[in-house]
Design a protein around this ligand. Structure first.
Ligand code: ATP
Length: 500
């Protein structure tokens, strides 16, 4: 993971927010290449799911809305993580992601205290827990003693022998004097709107983009003249005051979501085919922009783990360097959200179905994808190493549709005005359509390498033959193969590759 973080900084994809002030935890800035990659991801998604379909329309709602929205949706009451405070360090942790280790007490002897290890993936949690447990056993001697036991939650994949070696803490907080008892911590960022200083001014930054879609269900349906089944899509920022943001941009406090609420007729046997279709469309989209299939997986939530109103939820997972974790979710959410807003606002959320002549509150399928998580997954998918001409090469195999720079135009020699003139003209022409670089510095091989490093799929060289045959050489980043293409066909060739 460290390698990915450093690559992102070195090549201008992602910087820590407020870096010159030593950063600001949970916030990130996207640099020149990152901004392009992110835009390409969002454009591609919008093209696939909004412009490319006649049954989905778009929405761009405000980030701050009436607090009543979040009361009705249940976020004010329930959008919480269990949190504990450490009385010694004053740090806060998610109670469900803590591990424990012994610390020396004044006057001798060990007591159990928390260690600040938190992992996002089950794999890593188990691995970290195991390592930690071994340390504890080593330090304190085996066995730990009657009441010095470890929390079973943390030790899912221990062998039976290891389990027997360890005892179990019935309630960590009761044994760990430095920690407060777990309490619910609301993840919404609060702000105030207008000049009033009292509670009436309180509002929230949205923790998801979905609710604005529910609130605008009637507006979108009537103005778009949509017939169920139909969807409303939105891309935008969401904010969550994560207790412990971690794993780089995987879990941050400000991030972007691409969400669709797809409204369908109610009924026990209606949602399933829609749910499956949306899973398949999501997977097709992800593969189409270059996500590595061998790193993708599915996590079907057990019925017991679902919200009471949900019918099903399947996550598409990705094997990040820190372990397998949720990339996106596709949930069948019933009619809960629309019903809640109907109740709280007193406005009907019913739809009149012309064909069946019935009125109903639609159910929804919700594909929800994080832009930043997909960004990270794409960088991980693209990261590649091979050998070219006997030399090791590190490069990024971005799909042309998302590559931050689509092509680099190279005049063979920078001191030959006739080559420079053709190259500059071609660059100007291509720049009108895409982010295309012009690179005249150094040997062509070095220029290829620079382009490879940032994942530019095509290098276009203008050489002396160009002056005669009006053709250029297009070199493919992955195969390093070169083909001769007429100057006036370059844009069309690139377009085809980018549309892929
Ligand atoms: P997690 O369990 O990882 O916290 P979640 O199930 O709470 O995620 P959702 O509320 O379903 O996530 O949000 C939908 C999508 O938004 C996620 O699949 C993820 O891609 C993205 N997302 C959620 N929280 C964050 C975050 N803190 N940072 C970056 N992306 C996020």
């Amino acid at each position: 993971m460290d390698e990915v973080v450093s690559l992102c900084k070195r090549r201008g994809f992602v910087f820590q927010s407020s870096e010159i002030y030593n950063g600001f935890s949970g916030f990130f800035d996207y640099g020149p290449l990152g901004a392009e990659l992110k835009r390409n991801i969002k454009d591609r998604w919008w093209r696939e799911f909004v412009q490319g379909r006649s049954d989905v329309v778009g929405l761009d709602a405000s980030i701050i809305s009436s607090p009543k929205v979040w009361e009705a949706s249940g976020h004010v009451e329930q959008f919480t993580d269990p949190m504990v405070d450490c009385r010694e360090t004053k740090l806060r942790f998610r109670a469900d992601q803590l591990f424990y280790s012994p610390v020396k007490m004044e006057g001798g002897g060990d007591v159990l205290c928390h260690v600040c290890v938190q992992e996002d993936s089950e794999d890593n949690m188990a691995a970290a827990a195991k390592a930690q447990a071994k340390k504890i056993l080593k330090k304190a001697g085996t066995p730990l003693g009657q009441n010095a036991k470890l929390d079973p939650f943390q030790f899912k994949d221990l062998t039976q022998a290891e389990e027997e070696e360890l005892a179990v803490i019935p309630s960590p907080a009761s044994l760990l004097p430095t920690l407060t008892a777990p309490r619910d911590f609301n993840l919404m960022f609060e702000t105030s709107v207008g000049a009033a200083a009292d509670a009436s001014a309180a509002a929230y930054l949205r923790p998801e983009t979905a609710q604005a879609i529910f609130v605008n269900f009637k507006n979108a349906q009537s103005t778009g003249r949509m017939k169920v089944p139909f969807g409303v899509a939105q891309v935008g920022k969401a904010f969550r005051n994560e207790v412990t943001p971690r794993n780089f941009i995987f879990r941050s406090r400000e991030f972007e979501q691409m969400e669709i609420e797809y409204f369908i007729p109610p009924g026990d046997d209606v949602w399933q085919p829609f749910h499956e279709e949306w899973l398949a469309s999501a997977k097709k989209f992800l593969l189409g922009i270059g996500l590595r299939e061998d790193l993708m997986g599915l996590d079907v939530h057990a019925p017991g783990g679902l919200a009471h109103y949900a019918r099903a939820c399947t996550d598409i997972t990705f094997r990040f360097p820190f372990g397998v974790s949720e990339l996106m979710g596709v949930a069948a959410r019933g009619s809960y959200d629309l019903e809640q807003h109907a109740k709280a606002s007193g406005k009907s959320m019913e739809y009149f179905d012309d064909e069946t002549k019935t009125k109903y509150v639609p159910h929804v399928i919700e594909p929800s994808l994080g832009v930043d998580r997909l960004f990270l997954a794409l960088i991980c998918s693209a990261y590649a190493e091979d050998e070219v001409g006997g030399e090791k090469r590190n490069y990024l195999r971005f799909h042309p549709s998302v590559a931050p720079v689509k092509a680099s135009v190279l005049p063979l020699l920078k001191n030959k005005p006739e080559l420079v003139e053709v190259a500059a003209k071609l660059h100007e022409e291509l720049k009108k359509r895409w982010n295309v670089e012009y690179d005249a510095a150094g040997a062509v091989g070095r220029r290829y390498r620079r382009a490879d490093e940032i994942g530019t799929p095509f290098c276009i060289t203008v050489d002396f033959d160009t002056l005669e045959d009006k053709c250029v050489t297009i070199r493919d980043r992955d195969t390093t193969e070169q083909r001769r293409v007429p100057l006036d066909e370059v844009a069309a060739v690139l377009q085809k590759e980018i549309d892929g």
